[in-house]
Design a protein around this ligand. Sequence first.
Ligand code: NAD
Length: 243
Amino acid sequence: MSSRTVVITGGAAGIGRGAVERFVAAGDRVFALDRDAADLGDGVTSVQVDVSDRAALASAAAEIGAVDALVCAAGVQRYGTVVDTSPEIFDEVMAINVGGVFFACQAFIPKLPRGGSVVVVSSVQAYAAQTSVAAYSMGKGALLSLVRAMAVDHAADGIRVNAVCPGSVDTPMLRTSAAQFGGGRSTDEVVAEWGRSHPLGRVATPGEVAEVIYFLSSPAASFVTGADVKVDGGLTAGLAVVL
Ligand code: NAD
């Protein structure tokens, strides 16, 4: 059992919540920062923060104090080509998915000790875009550059910074998209169909992504920094052509 203090943004649902459960299971004390309030059980303190509010992140960091690890999972999915993305959607995606990570790192990296770590949740969309996710893809790509910049800037402080890039994961975000684009089919049917586009034949559970986040943040990954680890069931490994 470890007993680190870990801050997880987006901890109230989905991948972030899976990470909360994984760290708590390891004996860690978790602060779940989310714009939604949630009762996440023993070992977890829920802090209501909108990650697009950099002042709120800074005051959360001042209140929480020393932290051993940071996980940035808060994010939103919005749709549109570069032509039909409104300025409001563009600003929202950049403020939450990019600014929310940048300013969470700005607030919490100074709290990390030597041996501390940051894990950022990017996406396979950083490598290969589906249609109509221009702003989201751009933001997820930007996170990989930010991870590499932070990894080299803070290596001398003994702080490691890595990214995970999930394929489709069964979370409220995915189910909302499935309801929106499913053409009236059940969300289970749509999620199963999306799963078949992954070579492993299914979407991931939040716990499967959380396991990789946990590994990257732990001393077991002591020589891993600046990496982006795909957790995508082989989605980006092959062409969607079956002979
Ligand atoms: P989700 O919508 O199921 O959960 C996201 C959580 O983040 C929610 O609790 C939400 O309240 C919180 N959040 C959103 N905006 C916030 C804000 N401004 N401030 C504070 N909290 C905020 O989403 P998810 O599927 O778990 O996605 C988590 C991360 O993983 C996101 O960055 C997403 O882009 C990424 N991702 C998801 C998938 C997928 O298939 N689900 C795939 C690749 C990457």
